[in-house]
Write a protein that binds this ligand. Structure first.
Ligand code: FAD
Length: 355
């Protein structure tokens, strides 16, 4: 069986981002790479959005940039500006196409459906397939979104809505998220933070229909695309293995308080690429432990007091938008962290230290 210098297990966001980074930096001229990916075809299956706090390779896959956003509670709205760090949405269909076209140019890159097709004994492995055991104590961010199209102008495409808590909470944390791509098209998503121990919150179609028709008051529309997913708000655990690095969700690249992962994946890919010649001796890349600690406390509060979360999120966005964005995107300094922490209900958070 054929052997390779590098193997990437999983050709999704993290696997393809890493392969692309290695390829454009000419790290695969004299090295071979096998990508293991079971899917038979690539098509748009996700919309990756984030505040652009760092550069990345996929500006040409961006569907839309926004410089304004809002956060809503029942009877309260906060309008915020994000022109310093615009919010971007990447179309996964364009992303897959761009990367796969580039990778085809290099004869040292091979694609396989299953790792059993190759000899992986002597290769360095980058694994993006998480091993997640079912545990009823774990929190998830689970969601379903639809892209809708209207016949006449309906949306204000200058501003997106990050969180609208003016909806049924069902003893969990629930909000809607609306990305207006144009005056006639938008992605509308229902998002839950819950333990997903039953399917009671997964009547997504009804939730979305009710929100569109009775909350947004949009009656004439058609659904053109749908995406559904669940992001683990906990870190998968692995034994440290020589010659293997986990990447993507499997590699702990998700920010647990927000689910944001895409830009962390890009930064991790750059780090691996810069150190590829000496990768087995390179220090493991991690989201800074200060965010892991703060997110853990935040999620403890969320678990214990889901009813307080709309207000907590709303208060967080009372800080300067630049500070909140940097905090949520792992780029804040000590003083910016403090200014967010001071917006939080102190007693609730101090108690959470001892749960
Ligand atoms: C619907 C959705 C929307 C999201 N939106 C955002 C967002 O807006 N912003 C953000 O920052 N993050 C978002 N995320 C979170 C995160 O960015 C994505 O989950 C991202 O795709 C994670 O990349 P990954 O490579 O770790 O996993 P994936 O992209 O899921 O890639 C894993 C790959 O492994 C393959 N695979 C599975 N089993 C095997 C196997 N046995 N052997 C080999 N390959 C296998 C899969 O087919 C897949 O291609 C979203 C997640 C989902 C599910």
């Amino acid at each position: 069986m054929k052997e390779f210098d590098y193997i990437i297990v999983g050709g999704g966001c993290a696997g393809l981002s890493l392969a692309y980074e290695l390829e454009i930096n000419e790290k695969l001229k004299n090295k071979t790479l096998a990508i293991i990916e079971p899917r038979t075809e690539y098509k748009k299956d996700k919309t990756w959005s984030f505040w652009k706090v760092a550069s990345h390779n996929f500006d040409d896959c961006v569907k839309k940039n926004w410089e304004n956003f809002s956060v809503n509670m029942p009877k309260k709205t906060n309008h915020l500006e994000c022109n310093i760090y615009p919010y971007q949405s990447i179309d996964s269909g364009l992303f897959y196409e761009k990367i796969n076209n580039k990778l085809k140019e290099n004869d040292n890159i091979y694609l396989f459906k299953d790792i059993s097709e190759i000899n992986s004994k002597n290769s360095f492995v980058f694994n993006s397939v998480p091993s997640i055991k079912k545990d009823h104590r774990n929190l998830w961010q689970h969601f379903c979104g639809v892209e809708v199209e209207t016949q006449s102008d309906f949306f204000d495409d200058e501003i997106f809505n990050l969180m609208d808590f003016d909806c049924d909470q069902r003893e969990s944390v629930h909000f809607f998220y609306t990305l207006p791509y144009s005056k006639t098209t938008a992605l509308i998503e229902t998002t839950w933070l819950s333990k997903m121990n039953d399917n009671s919150k997964k009547d997504y179609d009804n939730q979305i229909k009710d929100y569109i028709e009775n909350h947004l008051n949009l009656k004439n529309y058609k659904i053109t695309y749908k995406e559904e997913g669940a992001i683990p708000l906990f870190y998968p655990t692995y034994e440290e293995t020589k010659n293997k690095i986990n990447i993507g969700t499997a590699g702990g690249m998700t920010r647990l308080s927000t689910g944001y992962t895409f830009l962390n994946i890009q930064e991790h890919s750059k780090y691996i690429c810069e150190n590829i010649e000496n990768i087995s001796k390179t220090k493991k890349y991690k989201i800074s432990s200060k965010y892991q600690f703060l997110d853990e406390i935040f999620l403890r509060v969320l678990e214990k007091h889901p009813e307080k979360m709309p207000d907590i999120f709303f208060k967080m966005f009372k800080a300067s938008p630049k500070t909140v964005i940097k905090f949520l995107s792992n780029k804040s300094n000590f003083f910016e962290d403090l200014s967010i922490i001071f917006k939080m209900p102190k007693i609730t958070f101090i108690k959470a230290l001892f749960y």
